[in-house]
Design a protein around this ligand. Structure first.
Ligand SMILES: *[C@@H]1O[C@H](CO)[C@@H](O)[C@H](O)[C@H]1NC(C)=O
Ligand SMILES: *[C@@H]1O[C@H](CO)[C@@H](O)[C@H](O)[C@H]1NC(C)=O
Ligand SMILES: *[C@@H]1O[C@H](CO)[C@@H](O)[C@H](O)[C@H]1NC(C)=O
Ligand SMILES: *[C@@H]1O[C@H](CO)[C@@H](O)[C@H](O)[C@H]1NC(C)=O
Ligand SMILES: [Ca+2]
Length: 603
């Protein structure tokens, strides 16, 4: 410890009733939060100089704010009223000029602390979720962290700093966003929690929770730093970044190639008709497609041709913000934002051709599969068109998520979207996917499939994905899970491989679930709100989640989610109907993908 910190500690000790043990401060359970939520106290508990080689913590940057009885709601934790100390401080990498990284740790009252640390992640191109995710740790009795990645402020997203100038990549920002910032956040956070509370056991259990980009950030740690987290609750990860980001443009290029830009109301009607037709296939009519695989096998989307649709004029609202800057969680659920005219027509053969091509997944000009797609019943958010009052026609609206990825991160232009899709074909998309995969293999792709070290370290992972996700296909998570299985247990059969993975990694699809939350088009669907608690119980008490609790969703019947590859099926009728988790080979086979458009494997 530098001497300035020792001085701080001395001052603190003489001014309070706490005593020291070695260099640490012992906090008693009845110590009020206000006593530890002070800069001197926090400064004394910072990781020591040299604890993380190459990192210098600026003790003078420590800020503390106590917050009492604040109420937080989320689909990722039960609504709770909590008190916490918001600690922020800054550090720098000693070899990088002008480098500064800000971290926030929320600290619970000593009486609530349960020897835990939780890192939380971001969404879209944000590396943190502000105050939306971090309460999950306080609720679990943990010190809970988030980082700004070194991008300038907690509200600065990665794209603002990715280019030093046109053509000139800020590689430090790529590594920080890719995985390094989270490694530092958790490494420093665990040590900080330990020094702050100095638990008698000496053990701090450490966890991760995040969805979308936050889910990718979680996997970026699990794949590299096997003993960093004891457990992780991962939602709809934005991994396989090279393919995933470009895939937001697939719907646009299909529209362009087929020469038809469907009015949004037409595709919405296709979704509604799909939901109506496929809802019963799972054995229960509740407005929810719990078996999108049976829908794939049995529903003919062409049957929707000729059905009238109608949507009243709307003045827009929702979503908002410039394309590419919007938070993924908001952007995908509330696309568009402009006003739209009244839409009145009948579903056309061309509209259905566009929808079918989207659902089939991106194929190149030789009909080889380049990427997977959304499940039937999911919204067609990427296909959103724009209305041109000048021509009274629906026109191309380039997906900001996909367009910015290609323009800024592949073409290295400091612009928020592609200016046009002129000349862009299915083969162009395939090549962009392969290029992104190659360029960012070690930072963003995040599909390293060998988790042998993670398993050996004893970590537990609960991975969830909304089956009707319209931003990151549910099949993306299934494909990764199956890749891990094939790489780790090549000698085992399909079911035996899952049994082996079950020991440390379990995947649950959420019937009707949208991107990182409930689906407005299937409002009766469940959502698992206590997933972090499930992970904690698995780690600390050995309670294996055979089904995942969906308590907290508003569904009237489904209170547990089946573990992949088992699929939900309702048996019986009326009040006696019961959901079972069944193995159905034909259904499982619809979730298998061979990406034969590439020479390299795509995990
Ligand atoms: C927080 O709520 C508790 C329980 O209602 C109450 O006793 C306490 O005074 C509140 N604290 C503050 C600072 O408002
Ligand atoms: C924590 O406090 C800092 C000021 O010290 C503030 O800027 C920041 O928004 C707070 N963070 C959270 C997540 O509450
Ligand atoms: C689709 O269904 C939703 C929910 O019932 C409804 O609000 C919406 O108007 C429907 N859309 C169309 C195009 O009919
Ligand atoms: C939609 O168009 C049809 C055919 O032109 C017409 O009969 C119907 O009244 C229109 N519906 C609305 C709500 O405008
Ligand atoms: Ca149903």
């Amino acid at each position: 410890m530098p001497s300035s910190l020792n001085l701080g500690l001395f001052a603190l000790v003489s001014a309070s009733s706490f005593f020291t043990r070695g260099e640490c401060i012992e906090v008693k359970r009845n110590t009020p939060l206000s006593s530890i939520c002070t800069a001197p106290y926090v400064q004394a508990a910072l990781p020591a100089a040299g604890f993380y080689p190459g990192i210098a913590i600026d003790a003078s940057s420590v800020q503390t704010t106590i917050v009492n009885n604040a109420t937080f709601s989320s689909e990722w934790f039960p609504t709770s009223t909590i008190s916490y100390c918001n600690v922020t401080f800054a550090y720098s990498h000693t070899n990088i000029p002008n480098d500064i990284v800000h971290v926030t740790y929320w600290v619970p009252s000593p009486s609530e602390f349960k020897n835990r640390y939780v890192s939380t992640g971001g969404g879209g191109l944000a590396i943190n979720s502000g105050s939306r995710s971090i309460p999950t740790g306080i609720i679990a009795g943990a010190v809970s962290g988030l980082t700004d990645g070194g991008f300038g402020s907690f509200n600065t997203q990665w794209d603002a700093v990715f280019l030093a100038a046109d053509g000139n990549v800020n590689w430090q920002s790529v590594h920080m966003f890719g995985y390094q910032a989270h490694h530092e956040l958790a490494t420093l956070g665990k040590e900080f929690a330990k020094k702050l509370f100095n638990p008698a056991s000496g053990k701090i259990f450490s966890y991760y929770q995040g969805c979308s980009e936050g889910g990718r950030e979680g996997w970026s740690q699990l794949q590299r730093f096997a003993d960093q987290f004891d457990g992780a609750a991962i939602g709809a990860p934005a991994f396989r970044f090279g393919q995933q980001q470009v895939n937001h443009l697939t719907s646009n290029v299909i529209e362009q190639t087929l020469g038809y830009y469907p009015p949004p109301c037409e595709l919405e009607k296709v979704v509604n008709l799909t939901i109506a037709a496929c809802d019963p296939l799972d054995g229960r009519i509740d407005g929810v497609i719990a078996r999108s695989d049976l829908c794939k096998l049995q529903f003919n989307i062409k049957s929707t041709i000729g059905t009238p649709y109608y949507c009243a004029a709307s003045s827009g609202g929702g979503g908002g913000g410039p394309p590419g800057k919007r938070h993924l969680l908001d952007a995908r659920q509330f696309p568009g934002g402009g006003s739209t005219p009244e839409q009145n027509g009948t579903i056309s053969a061309k509209g259905v051709a566009v929808a079918s091509a989207i659902l089939a997944g991106l194929h190149d000009s030789q009909n080889r599969l380049a990427y997977l797609s959304y499940q039937p019943g999911a919204g067609f958010s990427d296909a959103r068109t724009a209305y041109s009052p000048a021509t009274s026609a629906w026109t191309l609206s380039i997906s900001g998520l996909g367009g910015e990825w290609v323009r800024r991160f592949l073409q290295l232009k400091d612009e928020a979207n592609l200016p046009s899709l002129a000349g862009v074909t299915y083969d162009t998309l395939r090549d962009w996917m392969a290029y992104g995969q190659a360029k960012y293999t070690d930072t963003l792709q995040t599909t390293h499939p060998d988790l042998t070290d993670l398993k050996a370290a004893g970590a537990k992972v609960v991975h969830v994905h909304g089956e009707a996700d319209d931003s990151i296909p549910a099949a993306s998570s299934v494909h990764y899970y199956e890749s891990v299985k094939k790489v780790m247990f090549p000698a085992l059969g399909f079911k035996e491989g899952s049994a082996a993975l079950d020991e440390f990694y379990r995947l649950y699809l959420v019937p009707g679930g949208a991107h990182c939350g409930k689906n407005r088009a299937m409002p009766n669907g469940p959502w698992p709100q206590t997933t972090l608690q499930t992970v904690i119980d698995w780690v600390e008490k050995g309670v294996k989640p055979d089904v995942l609790s969906a308590v907290g969703g508003t569904d009237k019947g489904i209170d547990s989610l089946c573990r992949w590859p088992l699929r939900p099926l309702w048996k019986g009728t009326g009040k006696s109907a019961k959901m079972e988790c069944v193995y159905d080979q034909k259904s499982v086979d619809t979730w298998k993908y061979e990406f034969d458009a590439y020479k390299l494997p795509v995990y």
